[in-house]
Design a protein around this ligand. Structure first.
Ligand code: EPU
Length: 437
């Protein structure tokens, strides 16, 4: 079985470079469906969700050429609507961006129901309402979604009942080439929404307001290909910031970051007594003092991100006193706490709220990566112990972290992954063109 083995206790010191943002990359890759011509997408993180996205595009008819390990040239000219392959689409969440992009380009769209992390029910009603508001007819079947429009999409004013990153992105994709103007009120403000809008605008779209809660999209006839670099991954950066804070003596410089995206994480670390120094494109995290207990509530950007819930929880388990961690986005985010409890943590969960009582230390154990971010949290927790841990089901981690073991080994961690199948040929990308198949 594939797993990560960590021998905890080492002090972490040195530099870690952050890769491109997974959640931005997957949106922009599917957005290329709307573009007439070639796009070069740079600073892509070589992670499984990116490779799955590219595989979907290839099966649909796109021609794809890897230029190096983080850049890909994509031409979607020959894509055929309705060809998104179920077996890949159901492996990841963002495969449903095919719907918005296909609707925008062909007026008809198909996708299997998406997969992704298991946080309980993950409805897509806001995506569907958005498509319908633009004039599409949408059928949600047990395993798939189909959408069509007789006379093309027409811009409309859409008020999102509650903030959804995915629905905001899907509506943008559908509206970019619709006739007239679309507004999305109560839109998600995440940096990946802004990154997508910047990419589309570079291709000729007319999107304003991305990064605020009111996005305006003036439909254009067509988009043309560009070269575009994905922004750095704020959650990967945040994860390594927590790694820097987990032991007294750690000192990590985390490079290729946008410190503004990390403000909510930085603020909470400082509140816990961690030292954080910001530069133009780096942060330095170190710890010299015991951790103070704090309260954290996860909410959409710019608040503290839900995708940092498990990682901050590891720190809270080591603070001197009681902390409260409230999950404001997902119903089923706290499954990982059972694994931390196996390592000696004291956590009591009640629905979307957890009380975390600090313990003197965590101990090595065999634990499971319940989902992507939970898996990263297990690695950090294992680094905080003085013993040996085995983390299983690490395919979750590989969906979103670019070679986490190597990055941590580079700063002194004793960590190795064993029996990893190289399903997408990521390891051979540099020497073998078009290997991500
Ligand atoms: N929701 C609905 N109806 C919808 C859509 C969402 O009720 O139609 C609810 C969800 O159940 C959830 C909340 O709205 O309670 C927010 O969901 P959102 O749509 O914002 O999440 P998402 O787009 O499915 C993205 C990220 C997640 C991240 C969330 C929240 C991608 C591919 N995924 O998911 O990232 O947790 O936003 O920030 O962008 C991860 O990277 O580890 C990850 C899970």
């Amino acid at each position: 079985m594939e797993k990560i083995i960590v021998s905890g206790g080492n002090t972490l010191q040195g530099e870690i470079e952050v890769s491109g943002m997974k959640n931005s990359a997957v949106a922009i890759l599917f957005a290329t469906i709307l573009v007439d011509g070639k796009c070069v997408i740079e600073n892509l993180p070589p992670v499984d969700d990116v490779c799955t996205s590219i595989k979907i595009l290839e099966v649909m008819g796109a021609s794809v050429k890897w230029l190096n390990k983080t850049s890909v040239e994509i031409n979607t000219k020959n894509i055929i609507a309705g060809k998104s392959p179920d077996e890949f689409a159901s492996k990841m969440r963002a495969s449903y961006y095919v719907l918005g992009a296909e609707l925008g380009r062909f007026g008809t769209a198909y996708s299997a129901k998406p997969g992704g992390c298991d946080f309980g029910v993950r409805p897509i009603d806001r995506h569907i309402k958005g498509f319908e508001a633009l004039g599409a007819t949408v059928e949600e079947e047990l395993m798939c979604i189909r959408a069509t429009t007789e006379n093309g999409l027409v811009g409309n004013n859409i008020f999102m009942d509650d903030i959804s990153v995915g629905a905001t992105i899907n509506i943008i994709l559908a509206a970019v080439t619709a006739s007239g103007v679309t507004t999305i009120d109560n839109a998600a403000r995440e940096p990946h929404v802004v990154d997508l809008a910047n990419f589309l605008n570079a291709c000729g779209a007319e999107i304003s307001g991305a990064g605020t809660d009111m996005i305006k999209i003036k439909g254009v006839r067509e988009l043309t290909g560009v070269t575009y670099a994905i922004v750095p991954d704020m959650i990967e950066a945040g994860t390594y910031m927590i790694a820097g804070a987990v032991r007294i003596g750690n000192h990590l410089k985390i490079t290729n970051v946008i410190p503004k995206h990390l403000e909510s994480i930085t603020a909470k670390l400082i509140e816990m007594g961690v030292n954080v120094e910001e530069g133009d494109d780096y942060v330095i995290v170190s710890r010299t003092e015991p951790l103070k207990p704090i309260n954290v509530k996860t909410l959409p950007y710019p608040s503290f991100p839900t995708d940092m819930n498990p990682q901050i929880c590891v720190l809270l388990t080591l603070a001197e006193g009681n902390s409260r961690l409230i999950e404001g986005v997902w119903d089923g985010r706290f499954k990982y706490t059972e694994e931390l409890i196996r390592m000696g943590a004291d956590i009591k969960v009640n629905g979307r709220s957890a009380v975390v009582t600090g313990v003197k230390k965590l101990t090595g154990a065999r634990v499971r990566a319940c989902d992507l971010r939970a898996g990263a949290a297990m690695v950090i927790a294992a680094l905080a112990t003085d013993g040996m841990s085995e983390i299983e089901e690490i395919y979750h981690i590989r969906r979103g972290y670019d070679n986490m073991e190597a990055k941590l080994r580079g700063v002194g961690a004793d960590i190795k992954a064993i029996n990893i199948p190289d399903i997408f040929g990521i390891n051979g990308l540099l020497s073998n063109e078009n290997k991500c198949v």
